[in-house]
Design a protein around this ligand. Structure first.
Ligand code: HEC
Ligand code: HEC
Length: 357
């Protein structure tokens, strides 16, 4: 799969990345080992070994200080309308950066219609949410904060004043933005932090980097099945997503004769996008159930079997790349072992110390 030369490069960059990461950790937060990688080089931020540099908006450059501020905010429940939820509440480390529910429950107990997606390597995406309606992480963070997830819309001024009124926060905002906290710079800091949520710390990645003993033989065979069955057409590469939109037949309502959730269609208005959703990354997928945009299937094996037989055949807009495979139980087991090798070992559960004044 890789030539010897690119393998050597990959191992080299992994090592480099490791050192760069440990240096920037020391620079910002001392020995907090739960921290994700911080930008070592703000100009050329390429935190994922073997992958392109991340595109950073010119008006929101990465700095270690901004990331630290964003992380502080990301874990802070004072941001939500009811003071109960932080961003982290629905993107939990032990739930594969999802929340373990079929569909999420926002601030004030508001029932939301979709499943909370995992966020590994989210900074590389170009369109956010299952339907891609947000075109930047800054816009997404503002939407999550003011919308149903965090429910802050009606109390935004008050919340900004509470955050900005804490000296510990104000010092950071002044340093990072040269200004007090605002409804605009809070999402900017959140976005900068999210760009450091980097997946890649898995047995699979160690195997690809040259450690033949990092994964089981079943996982190796499973990776072959994954490729042969066409899964990699959409879930391929280091990200395990093509970051684009496909209809695989989830959420079809036979009584209404339509997709319960129009998905991408709502953004583009193009008929063939009805029922299309963004391909989820498969990193940490064994932990991130229930699955699909509507959380309709809770067993990963059932999801894998559903995808392997080609979803629901004959539905409108069904993507022809979803192939009708006949896999044996052994091949399904191997696929499961491969997916297990994508368990992320980076732990984001440790919240930063709460700023109390
Ligand atoms: C109540 C649970 C909940 C909370 C709190 C929450 N989220 Fe989410 N998050 C979701 C759900 C559900 C979606 C998918 C919504 C959709 O696609 O329409 C989502 C989607 C996202 C996405 C897009 C992922 C992708 O694949 O495109 C990002 C990024 C994100 N959230 C970050 C945040 C941030 C930042 C905050 C805090 C400001 C936050 N979330 C708070 C549930 C939550
Ligand atoms: C045409 C592109 C495409 C192909 C091919 C494809 N998938 Fe998917 N996959 C998707 C999309 C899109 C979704 C989300 C569907 C939804 O929620 O409506 C998805 C969802 C999943 C999920 C659920 C992940 C989650 O977090 O909810 C798993 C697991 C999965 N696919 C595995 C596979 C496997 C295994 C194969 C091969 C047998 C495969 N996929 C083939 C596009 C594809």
């Amino acid at each position: 799969m890789y030539s010897l030369r690119s393998m050597a490069c990959l191992v080299g960059s992994l090592l480099l990345c490791f050192f760069a990461v440990s240096c920037s950790w020391m620079r910002v937060e001392g020995s907090d080992s739960a921290l994700p990688p911080l930008p070592a080089d703000a100009e050329d931020y390429a935190p994922l070994a073997g992958f392109d540099a991340m595109l950073i908006p010119a008006d929101n450059p990465m700095t270690a200080e901004k990331v630290a501020l964003g992380r502080q905010l990301y874990y802070d429940s004072r941001l939500s309308g009811d003071g109960e939820l932080s961003c982290y509440s629905c993107h939990l480390s032990d739930k594969g950066l999802s929340d373990g529910r079929p569909t999420a429950i926002g601030a004030f107990g508001k029932k939301l219609s979709r499943n909370a997606p995992s966020l590994w390597n989210i900074g590389f995406h170009w369109a956010y949410y299952w339907d891609g309606r947000a075109s930047s992480l800054e816009k997404q963070a503002a939407a999550a904060w003011f919308g149903g997830n965090m429910g802050a819309k009606d109390r935004a001024d008050e919340i900004v004043a509470v955050i900005g009124g804490l000296e510990g926060y104000d010092r950071q905002f002044q340093e990072v933005f040269g200004a007090s906290a605002t409804a605009e710079n809070i999402p900017m800091a959140l976005a900068a932090y999210m760009r450091t949520i980097i997946g890649g710390n898995t047995a699979f990645d160690r195997w690809q980097a040259g450690d033949a003993s990092a994964v089981t033989d079943a996982a190796k065979r499973g990776y072959e099945v994954f490729t042969a069955a066409g899964c990699a057409e959409c879930h391929g590469g280091v990200l395990f997503t093509d970051m684009t939109f496909h209809t695989v037949g989830v959420g079809w309502d036979p009584n209404q004769g339509t997709y319960a959730d129009p998905g991408r269609f709502k953004v583009t208005g193009v008929e063939k996008d009805k029922g299309a959703f963004k391909t989820p990354s498969l990193r940490d997928v064994t932990d991130s159930g229930p699955y699909f945009h509507d959380g309709s299937i809770s067993s990963l094996e059932m999801v894998v079997r559903f995808m392997a037989i080609g979803g629901v055949p004959g539905l409108p807009n069904a993507d022809p790349k979803v192939k009708r495979n006949r896999l044996s139980d052994g091949e399904i087991n191997d696929l499961m072992a491969f997916l297990k090798s994508l368990d992320e070992e980076t732990n984001l559960s440790q919240a930063p110390e709460r700023i109390s004044r």
